[in-house]
Design a binder for this molecule. Structure first.
Ligand SMILES: Cc1cc2nc3c(=O)[nH]c(=O)nc-3n(C[C@H](O)[C@H](O)[C@H](O)COP(=O)(O)OP(=O)(O)OC[C@H]3O[C@@H](n4cnc5c(N)ncnc54)[C@H](O)[C@@H]3O)c2cc1C
Length: 437
């Protein structure tokens, strides 16, 4: 089947036009029958081109969605790699368990979360998704099925966690979940006036709160520069497992011909957002879904960026230079006249991932996203890349669609070692862009 225009996109709006689409079950049966190179596609929540493969086939992994075992005593769960996190939550939360790490959307597959070694608001406490993977099965393009665990095929285990789907098709995953006593969160919301305010709150909260994250008002300048809202939370110690969850069936209705995100709409949004957040540190009970997945309430919200889509930028910078680098990036963004809708700042902790190419390093991580305005946006992003690399940091590949090979290779100096583990039958648009091959 050749891909219809618009189907199989990345979240930033790039299309997989030209790929042949293969169901995972068909590929598993006869991997030699389909156009090479191949690449697994999870649920397309990567922003850039790391989930696309326009010169070959995309294996749609979502049919591998069964839960094979779930031990309610130990929290060990084995499932197909195409299972959506959203579905997993529906199964495990009422039983008193929760994923140890979750990204900011529940519409990812377990295989996609593993292949990008995603992180969440609790990175400082729990590390990455890969830290909690106990085992997985990998199918290579020569038909071999390889069981990987920390003590079994350890090299492939490390290369696949955060390996951008390039080491083979992950078919099933065994995860350790964590016990919770409630499906509610106890959240505190604190306003800060400057970047120093953020760094102070983050340092103070990392030992008391499992989840921390901040929103920055990226349009604020002068004496308001660096202001934002800091969220910190823990799972509530008691509250039962079925608090009311807000409805999630809103859908962004159309794709407008131009981006709705611009400086004017964003100024209004930022004002509203800041003023709608309660002031004062008194903890409030909130259901877990709006806390972890605020954007999941509106399906297809990325349509607001218009036909050119959006470009996300995320970097991680070591602590020593973090304050200066973040300040410089925000100043550059202001000077470029660009409007970042979701500007998120967080501290990553020291816990190391087992993944060879995992993105997080200890320090600060800044995420910005912009409507794609072509050369103008590209120029700003290249500048942000430079600041991150000069500060000894790195740029996140699965949020990106355009970084140069030099930026990627400076971000991940171990990339040649990783390349030795890539399945020769696999590749992606991203990999062709950033590797020498
Ligand atoms: C609103 C939003 C919020 C987000 N928040 C966060 C966040 O807080 N933290 C974070 O880290 N990320 C975040 N992300 C990014 C997202 O979590 C990751 O890109 C995730 O990996 C996407 O998973 P997916 O199932 O959609 O996979 P895809 O995007 O389709 O694919 C991702 C990668 O996984 C590979 N892959 C998928 N399935 C398999 C398989 N079965 N076998 C082998 N390889 C496979 C693909 O080849 C590709 O390289 C966010 C994205 C959105 C849209």
């Amino acid at each position: 089947m050749t891909v219809p225009r618009g189907a199989y996109r990345s979240w930033g709006g790039l299309s997989a036009q030209g790929s042949e689409i293969v169901d995972a079950a068909d590929w598993i049966e006869r991997p030699d029958r389909f156009r090479r190179p191949v690449l697994a596609y999870g649920n397309g929540r990567s922003y850039g081109d790391s989930c696309l493969n326009s010169r070959g086939s995309l294996i749609d992994a979502r049919s591998l969605a069964n839960v094979q075992t779930f031990d309610r005593e130990t929290g060990l769960l084995t499932c197909g790699a195409g299972l959506l996190l959203d579905r997993l939550l529906d199964i495990v939360v009422p039983a008193g368990w929760f994923p140890c790490v979750t990204p900011g959307t529940s519409f990812v597959t377990i295989g996609g979360a593993l292949a990008n070694d995603v992180h969440g608001k609790n990175h400082h406490a729990a590390g990455t998704f890969g830290c909690h993977v106990r085992a997985f099965e990998l199918m290579r393009s020569d038909g071999q099925r390889i069981l990987c665990a920390p003590d079994m095929n350890a090299d492939l285990f490390a290369a696949t966690i955060g390996g951008f789907g390039l080491t083979g098709l992950i078919t099933q995953v065994t995860l350790q979940l964590m016990p919770i006593r409630s499906a509610a969160m106890e959240q505190e919301v604190l306003h800060f006036d400057s970047l120093d305010g953020f760094f102070g709150l983050a340092a103070e909260s990392d030992s008391t709160h499992d989840y921390t994250v901040a929103w920055i008002d990226a349009l604020a300048s002068g004496r308001h520069f660096g202001r934002g809202v800091f969220f910190r939370a823990n799972h509530a110690p008691d509250f039962g497992f079925l608090p009311p969850q807000p409805g999630r069936n809103l859908r962004f209705p159309i794709e407008p011909p131009f981006p709705l995100i611009n400086r004017v709409t964003l100024s209004a949004f930022n004002w509203l957002y800041r003023h709608s957040q309660p002031r004062g540190a008194a903890p409030r009970r909130v259901p877990y879904r709006p806390f972890f997945y605020p954007l999941d309430r509106i399906r297809d919200w990325n349509r607001a960026y218009g036909p050119q889509g959006l470009r996300q930028f995320q970097c991680a910078v070591p602590m020593a230079g973090a304050r200066r680098a973040v300040e410089e990036m925000l100043h550059r963004t202001l000077a470029a006249g660009e409007a970042s809708f979701l500007t998120v700042l967080k501290l990553f902790g020291a816990k190391r991932s087992p993944g060879l190419m995992s993105f997080p390093i200890q320090g600060a991580t800044l995420t910005l996203d912009f409507p794609n305005r072509g050369a103008r946006t590209e120029a700003l992003l290249t500048e942000l890349d430079r600041i991150a690399i000069e500060a000894g940091g790195r740029v996140n590949p699965y949020k990106d669609a355009r970084m140069s090979a030099a930026t990627f290779q400076a971000s991940f100096p171990q990339w040649r070692d990783f390349a030795t583990h890539i399945d020769p039958g696999f590749s992606s648009d991203f990999w062709r862009r950033v590797s020498d091959g």
